[in-house]
Ligand binder design. Structure first.
Ligand code: ADP
Length: 771
């Protein structure tokens, strides 16, 4: 072998199966060309390369019919079978990718690049290995195919690539899926893919088990019910009673309930049916359940609205600190409601990061107007049937969650909250968004049809309200029907007030502790916020407060005292070491790494942009799950740098010799939008010139091809994120000046704000002259 990275090997095409590196397998070879390849391999060094055929049925595959990536194997044994067939035992050695096929008449031959897995040392790699091992253990529990030995075997492996291969061989069912894994040369990505499959398979296996056990239970239950009912009937017959009674009970209830015309007809028909079927039979039970559902709905029941605005304001204020704009908007909405006396109008949608009080403010609205409150989370709802129900011919079918919610509310006019309306997804089971569209449409929702109920139900008196983390993922037609109310993240000062006035008192009460039993001054509360939480809302803070209360309760009992003052030391005892430090970033300036700011559905976040040059031909490589808009702004940034190479002190033709890789770490968060334009330009300039970037600077701004800086959205969220990350200097587009008003002064005072119009100003601020 002249070049150790390549080998020239005979090719053996495989159909419908694969061999992974590290695996030992035997299979039969019959095709003459394959046998020739095998013989050639045996006479050389016993090595051949196995490549899967794209189409199994191809008899005489040529180079184009094979996947280019396969496995180089050592042939351990060859056994002649009757006829021309041969059985081989091979041991997979390493992945190989075909560079080129070589001229040869008798069999296929190729020059193959040997693809050893790169060595992974990162913590991410270790974490993924652990995760994969745990996933596999879970999978093994739910699947009968995996023995404990295999689980143990996997535990003893350390290399992500090997683990991925072993899992792929055991877990994947289809050879095409295996091929996909085989073609993935990066070990971490391969492991990630296989973990995805494992999760899916575990879910499937669990679901299968659950269904089996449900069926078993329901059959057993039905048999038992049937037996009991037969006995009951015998007893009733003896006593001269009969099942007429049940029917009569239903008829009476039906007369007393103000059903709609259609509902009445349907209900009467179903009661008639009941008299013809034998009690205890499955049909009887289906019928009975159905009649119960109809009669249990809140026909004609309504609560009386209280539209006293002053009282509403008081309730909103009592439950929530701050949120002035939001509260004002709610009061306006209630005022309009009072004037118009009907619910036709836009549906309110509260948009903001998690934990900023969207759900709880809707609850307060319900309380303020004296309506019942029902909440339904749409997160992850994919199946239209969850909203609209299953037809009642299916055993065990039920109405959808809208009708169930209405029954639970017990009135025709509750406040009905749809949480996370941006998290619905659709697949083959139907499109929940279109069902939601009908529910939320004032023109149609007076005759909402559930698949189970089969009769129209009037939803027009319901006050529907929705929440979402981000408006981007709300389906467009739904968006049209809703009025967005932004609920922004909280500043540390606001969090302090919320903790002091709401969360702590609430948690103390929930833990049965009097307010005077646990005391804590503001400085300690601040420490709780800054040291133990890092979030846009106050959810973790609430949990942290609950934790303090639990620990305090134990302390009071243990020490037999009546009160405890939580000081710094005790806080440390209660909560453990501080998790986050908000010391200003004294990090050293670095080359090619720039702090950007992003605005995601969970609030603002800092986002590092990394960039390195390498020898090449002017290609720009982008990684880190960037959206299209972001990719374009990276290209624009690169063009700008090329156009200004001279003034930047770069060789005019630098790009003819250089490739550039731009990476935005934390691959799991999808990133898009134009606001990283100036960040990417700065990273490029730094990487190419070698000038260092100040790490206490963060920036956000879109950039035109000519280097003008354009305004961006979400400045408040981004500023709060920068504050949380200890940034000292913030570069923002000059045109965003007006948005600074929205940012509380106590936050702004931590920053030097640079308002810029041109990219040069950004570079002057962020780049140091030193290299
Ligand atoms: P979201 O629905 O936005 O995710 P939640 O309504 O679940 O948030 O809020 C989380 C917790 O924080 C709730 O207990 C809520 O009462 C509390 N909370 C949020 N904002 C405030 C506020 N401004 N004042 C008082 N409590 C608040």
């Amino acid at each position: 072998m002249a070049n150790p990275k390549y080998e020239e090997l005979p090719v053996l095409p495989l159909r419908g199966m694969l061999v992974f590196p590290g695996m030992v397998l035997h299979f039969d070879v019959a095709r003459p060309r394959s046998i020739a390849a095998l013989e050639a391999g045996m006479t050389a060094n016993q090595r051949i390369v196995l490549l899967a055929q794209k189409k199994e049925e191809e008899e005489e595959p040529s180079s184009g019919d094979l996947y280019p990536t396969g496995t180089i194997v050592t042939v351990r044994q060859v056994m002649n079978l009757p006829g021309e067939n041969v059985r081989v035992l091979v041991e997979g050695d390493v992945r190989g990718t075909v560079e080129s096929f070589l001229e040869n008449e008798d069999y296929l031959k190729a020059r193959v690049r040997i693809c050893k897995d790169r060595v992974v040392r990162s913590n991410e790699g270790k974490a993924m290995v652990l995760a994969a091992q745990n996933l596999f253990e879970n999978y093994a529990k739910s699947s009968q195919k995996i023995t404990p030995d295999m689980v143990e075997g996997l535990r003893s492996l350390e290399k992500p690539g090997e683990i991925a291969d072993l899992l792929a061989a055991h877990v994947l069912q289809k050879w095409q899926e295996k091929q996909e894994l085989l073609s993935e040369l990066d070990p971490l990505r391969r492991l990630e893919k296989v973990c995805g499959v494992l999760l899916r398979e575990t879910d499937l296996a669990n679901a299968e088990r659950e269904i089996q056990s449900r069926i078993r239970n329901s059959v057993e239950r039905n048999q038992k019910d049937y037996y009991l009912r037969e006995q009951l009937r015998a007893i009733q017959n003896e006593l001269g009673e009969d099942e007429q009674e049940e029917e009569q009970g239903y008829r009476k209830r039906m007369e007393e309930t103000p059903l709609s015309e259609e509902a009445k007809a349907k209900c009467a028909k179903e009661i008639d049916r009941l008299s013809h079927i034998s009690p205890g039979s499955p049909e009887y039970i289906i019928s009975e359940t159905y009649i119960d559902w109809i009669l249990d709905m809140p026909w004609g029941k309504e609560t009386t609205d209280n539209l006293d605005l002053k009282r509403a304001r008081e309730i909103l204020d009592r439950e929530h600190y701050g949120l002035e704009k939001v509260k004002e908007r709610i009061i306006e909405y209630l005022a309009v409601l009072r004037m118009k006396q009907n619910m036709k109008g836009p549906i309110l949608c509260f948009v903001g990061p998690p934990g900023v009080g969207k759900t709880s403010i809707v609850k307060a609205i319900a309380e303020a107007v004296d309506r019942k409150f029902i909440r339904m989370s749409l997160g992850g709802v994919r199946d239209e049937a969850e909203i609209r129900g299953h037809r009642k011919t299916y055993i065990g079918s039920m109405p959808g969650r809208i009708i169930s919610g209405m029954k639970q509310a017990g009135s025709m006019n509750p406040v009905f909250l749809f949480d996370e309306i941006d998290k619905m997804s659709n697949d083959y089971r139907g499109d929940p968004a279109s069902a939601m569209l009908e529910v939320l449409d004032a023109e149609q929702n007076n005759t909402f049809r559930d698949h189970y109920m089969e009769i129209p139900f009037d939803l027009s008196k319901v006050m529907f309200i929705t929440t979402a983390n981000s408006r981007e993922t709300i389906p467009e037609p739904l968006l049209d029907r809703m009025e967005m109310i932004e609920v922004p993240s909280y500043t540390e000062e606001e969090k302090l007030q919320i903790l002091k006035r709401h969360l702590l008192p609430k948690q103390l009460e929930a833990h049965g502790i009097r307010p005077d039993q646990v005391t804590m001054d503001e400085e300690i509360m601040r420490r709780m916020i800054e040291g133990y939480t890092r979030e846009a809302g106050v959810r973790t803070l609430e949990r942290t407060a609950a934790r303090v209360c639990r620990k305090a309760a134990v302390y009071l009992l243990d020490h037999g005292t009546d009160s405890v003052n939580v000081d710094a030391e005790r806080l440390h005892d209660f909560l453990g070491a501080v998790r986050y430090t908000r010391e200003p970033l004294e990090k050293e300036a670095r080359v090619g790494i720039v702090n950007g700011l992003a605005w995601t559905s969970v609030g603002g976040e800092t986002l590092e942009v990394e960039c390195i040059p390498m020898p090449g031909k002017g290609n720009l490589k982008l990684t880190g799950q960037l959206g299209d808009v972001m990719k374009e702004s990276a290209e624009a940034a690169f063009s700008w740098v090329r156009a200004h190479s001279e003034s930047l002190g770069l060789a005019e033709d630098f790009y003819t010799k250089t490739d550039i890789h731009v990476h935005l770490p934390e691959g799991a968060v999808p990133k898009d939008g134009p606001s990283a334009g100036i960040t990417m330009t700065t990273a490029l300039v730094s990487a190419l010139t070698g000038r260092k970037v100040r790490q206490d600077v963060a920036m956000t701004g879109e950039m035109t091809l000519r280097g003008r800086v354009l305004p961006i959205g979400g400045l408040k969220e981004k500023t709060l994120a920068a504050y949380r990350a200890g940034i000292r200097t913030l570069i923002i587009p000059a045109e965003n000046h007006k948005d600074l008003e929205e940012i509380p002064p106590e936050v702004l005072k931590h920053f030097t704000i640079k308002e810029v119009e041109e990219i040069q100003q950004v570079l002057e601020t962020a780049l140091l002259n030193e290299k």
